[in-house]
Design a protein around this ligand. Structure first.
Ligand code: HEM
Length: 485
């Protein structure tokens, strides 16, 4: 294995590799510095870099459109080394499955993200953001709020409504619901495991206390999904018998999953439904929370853009008789949309994704001259953060400039230069869902509050599967005086 990988990557640039730890000793804190080592080295290496997880696990990191495009345009499977660690949780859901299973299920689930299904969720996003802002109104006397914690509860609240039609009250309940506690615990444990080589082995992990806690949290999460699915199936059967239609205001993901049928009339098994539900919970909650938190941070840091967004949102909301951003309003916030896109560039919620090649792939050589062939079996990391900070792709990449996303400025840009939601057949199925939620949450917050960063606090990035702040993202939040409706 070691030999094969070594041979495959002869001639590729490599820095500071320890013979035993590879680059792990430098990565273990997963901080701002790690982000740089793992994916933002385009100054010396415009196209690719090599990263070693211990002595045997080499990963080729791609951070240029010319090296990313050949991989993204295929449905190459995920790298089972990293994704394998979440497999006991997510099973064979869309994120991890491959081949014909992934293809069939992606086709069955795509209608669940059709505009007609997403439209009523807009009301849920408004409702959940208002619950969050009501808490801020009570707390903002002392001025500082840690964004990630609040926003992540808000996105969890909305996701539980959209997936299961569950009113969890997770934003306001003092005691945390055991399902939510277990989902949080699993995310944290995955990250710890990826960073600690002895835990790479399933057997070793199984025998440790961490492995025990992992299995306990898994039982909790799977038990919850199972119960909800069973109860819904039962309710659907009862309704059918009585010849009545469901009385909920919208179709949730569980309805879509239960009713999905392929061309032979076959639906998803209970296990497949559970895997998809768990996958949506994993993929849809912290990612969107990260997106919103960093957008609010960028608004706080760049007050000139915050002001422009507020002018835009005030113009829209002043004409309304309710405090709600509606479906038709989503296309009426072009400046806010550019600010969101620029924040997803500078602070992509999913900084890295991984693939394992099932067949050889040709890509631009590390020197930029000619092509190289990467053999089947090798692991590839797509450094989304590295791509978005690559100085050979973006002018002044560290500068927050929403005007990069005017239609004129987008002209001629490679479609693989900007990938917050990945690209190609395995792109993010939830991107419209997420964009809608981000626009509504940020729009409503800027309508109600002025945001500012604290000059004495340096906010440093921290990669915990999704991008967070090392000590959270604390911001000053001050209510605005606005026309009330
Ligand atoms: C700002 C928010 C979000 C970001 C930045 C984001 C980003 C991504 C990225 C980069 C991938 C590719 C992952 C990979 O190749 O390993 C992905 C895949 C996926 N995302 Fe999202 N995501 C977001 C929100 C959501 C939401 C809200 C949902 C569902 C409700 C969702 C569901 C999924 C699923 C199921 C996949 C796997 C798709 C497949 O392989 O066919 N995501 N997302």
């Amino acid at each position: 294995m070691k030999w094969a990988t070594e041979k495959a990557f002869v001639g590729f640039p490599i820095e500071n590799r320890h013979p035993v730890f590879g680059h792990l000793h430098m990565l273990k804190l997963n901080t701002e510095e790690t982000m740089h080592i793992a994916g933002e080295r385009s100054d010396n290496f415009p196209y690719t870099g090599l990263l070693w997880f211990g002595p045997f696990h080499g990963i080729l990191i791609c951070h240029h459109p010319d090296t990313i495009q050949p991989i993204m345009s295929t449905a190459e499977p995920k790298d089972e080394f990293t994704y394998g660690m979440v497999k006991p949780w997510l099973g064979d859901g869309l994120l991890i499955s491959k081949g014909s299973k992934w293809f069939r299920n992606r086709r069955l689930l795509t209608p669940g993200f059709h505009f007609d299904i997403l439209r009523p969720y807009v009301h849920i996003f408004n409702e959940c953001t208002h619950t969050m802002m009501d808490k801020w109104m009570k707390q903002s006397d002392n001025g500082m709020i840690e964004m990630f914690e609040h926003v992540s509860l808000m996105t969890l609240d909305s996701l539980l409504k959209c997936i299961f039609s569950i009113e969890s009250h997770c934003q306001t309940d003092v005691s945390r619901n055991p399902y939510i506690t277990a989902v949080y615990a699993l995310s944290e444990m995955v990250l710890k495991r990826v960073q600690f080589p002895p835990y790479f082995s399933d057997l070793v992990y199984h025998l440790t206390y961490s492995g025990y806690k992992w299995r306990r949290a898994l039982r909790q999460v799977h038990g919850h999904s199972k119960t909800v699915i069973h109860q819904r199936k039962q309710a659907l059967q009862d309704q059918k018998k009585l010849g009545i239609k469901h009385n909920r205001k919208y179709i949730d993901f569980l309805d879509i999953l239960l009713e999905a049928r392929d061309e032979s009339g076959k639906g998803l098994t209970d296990q497949e439904i559970r895997d998809e539900v768990d996958t949506f919970m994993f993929e849809g909650h912290d990612t969107t929370a990260s997106g919103i938190s960093w957008i609010l941070y960028n608004m706080a840091k760049h007050t000139e853009h915050q002001l422009k967004c507020q002018e835009e949102i005030d113009e829209l909301m002043d004409q309304k008789d309710k405090d709600e951003i509606e479906w038709d309003d989503l296309s009426k916030l072009p400046y806010l949309t550019m600010c969101i896109k620029e924040s997803l560039r500078l602070h992509p919620p999913v900084p890295f994704i991984g693939r394992k090649l099932s067949k050889p792939i040709e890509m631009r050589s590390p020197t930029g001259k000619g092509k190289v062939v990467i053999p089947a079996g090798e692991r590839i990391g797509i450094a989304i953060t590295g791509l978005h900070h690559n100085q050979h792709v973006w002018e002044d990449p560290e500068v927050y400039n929403p005007l990069r996303f005017t239609p004129e400025n987008c002209k001629g840009r490679s479609p693989h230069a900007y990938l917050p939601f990945s690209a190609g057949p395995r792109n993010c199925i939830g991107q419209n869902f997420a964009m809608n939620e981000m626009k509504i949450a940020v729009g409503l917050v800027l309508r109600k509050f002025n945001l500012a960063v604290d000059d004495f606090i340096r906010i440093r990035r921290y990669n915990s599967i999704v991008l967070r702040g090392e000590r959270g993202i604390p911001l000053h939040v001050k209510p605005r005086k606005i026309k009330t409706t």
